[in-house]
Design a protein around this ligand. Structure first.
Ligand SMILES: *Cc1c(COP(=O)(O)O)cnc(C)c1O
Length: 232
């Protein structure tokens, strides 16, 4: 078990070093970047080790797995839980039982379900709109044209707080170009919603491109936890 701790510590250090270099070449302050460690498919014991190593944000993308895992954490209050997976409207309310942030909001029905769920749990939820950066929308998200209306809807929801946008770079495309587009979308909604300052972009393979295009939140899994085990 102590071997796992060293392994996570050393990979975490590598990722922080990459973030530092990326920030420097972009002329940005590394302190303005939040690292969200994506722990999907890995056990609560790994999350506990990460929290001990100073990780303050984790990301999960499967509702059932995430709910059970968060309940097991020994230091739940020391970590912010981000839900980053696709949501079904009939189950979206459930994530409000344990998530602090939902990054993958991409349609009106989800907004309504989250608002109801958050009210039921007496919580206020931070929300990012997931933007589709490819034409097919194969990796989830709403099209950039639909973002302004969805932003207004979230901003008007009682228990939700609009914080910004999230995207996954299209497979096989140029991530830098995609993240530049995301930055434009983010600028567009900030005109009407000044509190929407977060840009969640960049994963293990493309975090440098995301930092170069203004990302504030990086979602990194494999580079820290290793290859994901299959759930069989
Ligand atoms: C799994 C996942 C990540 C992390 O990807 P890695 O390549 O393992 O760093 C980031 N964002 C989302 C939405 C994911 O589902």
């Amino acid at each position: 078990m102590s071997g796992r701790r060293e392994e996570l510590a050393s990979r975490l250090e590598d990722v922080h070093a990459r973030m530092g270099r990326a920030a420097e070449s972009a002329g940005r302050d590394v302190g303005d970047l939040e690292l969200v460690v994506v722990t999907k498919y890995f056990p609560a014991s790994d999350v506990d080790l990460l929290v001990d190593l100073g990780v303050a944000h984790i990301g999960e993308n499967k509702d059932q797995e995430a709910g059970a895992k968060v309940a097991e954490l020994s230091r739940r209050d020391d970590v912010t839980v981000h839900f980053i997976g696709q949501l079904q409207s009939n189950k979206a309310g459930h994530v409000t039982a344990y998530a602090d942030v939902v990054q993958s909001v991409d349609r009106p029905k989800i907004v309504t379900a989250l608002d109801r769920g958050a009210q039921r749990h007496g919580r206020r939820l931070d929300v990012l709109l997931q933007v589709a950066l490819d034409d097919e929308g194969g990796r989830g998200g709403t099209s950039p044209e639909d973002v302004p209306a969805l932003a207004d809807l979230v901003a008007g929801a009682e228990a939700l707080r609009l914080r910004g946008v999230m995207a996954v770079a299209p497979l096989g495309g140029d991530p830098r170009r995609a993240f530049a587009r995301l930055r434009e979308v983010a600028d567009g909604i900030r005109a009407g919603h000044p509190e929407a300052t977060w840009i969640s972009a960049g994963m293990s393979g493309d975090l440098e491109d995301a930092v170069a295009e203004g990302a504030t939140h990086l979602r990194v899994g494999t580079a820290i936890l290793g290859s994901r085990p299959s759930l069989g």
